[in-house]
Design a protein around this ligand. Sequence first.
Ligand code: C5P
Length: 223
Amino acid sequence: MTSATRKLIIAIDGPSGAGKGTVARALAAALALRHIDTGGMYRAVAWKALRDGVALADEAAIAALARTAVFGLSDGRIAIDGHDVTAEIRTPEIDAAAASVARLPDVRAALVARQRAYGEAGGIVMEGRDIGTVVFPRADVKLYLDASADERARRRAQDAAHAASRDNGGVANVAQALAARDQSDRTRTVSPLTLAEDAVYLDTTGLSIDEVVALALAAIPRT
Ligand code: C5P
């Protein structure tokens, strides 16, 4: 396929609470592309490991699980091996467990291979931490969304999907947990969260969702 006929691959990366999910969904809807939330895949794998009693440090067992799991990713929902886990994976326990399994190289290799398979035909908005750097280094558009730590904690605390985090102790707790997860994501040895050289950096602090979506749309080439 030539670049003129290949459908767009849009990569969105950035830390937790920067608005990747909201922006990815809006772009996918506006451009009629498929949206894949790769964080949901790490979360679902962590959920299944916990449910099956697999130790989070057992890299071989979790990588096998990541290779063989049947994911259902549609209409903003995520299922693993027939269980719809959309709500269950947004808890403080899974926040931490997902960041923990995401540090394991063999688990990442398994999920990156599956993410490439979802996206290779194009027509996709994929969000995560390493999409523009590792999964699709040749993505047509790379966006890196960021916001101040305070604003990210505030957004996360207000996010209905993460109600369990807020109910567990308010914004201060959310801020602390977010900072710990960011630190883990930025310092791990395999595919740490970094800004791709050719990514468009968007600081969304103080911007409304509509303003961020407008900036993101403006970064996308139209044919
Ligand atoms: O994006 P979300 O917060 O749902 O991701 C959960 C965790 O999964 C992150 O904290 C990160 O450790 C991991 N992750 C990753 N690479 C991705 C997406 C998520 O390491 N592409």
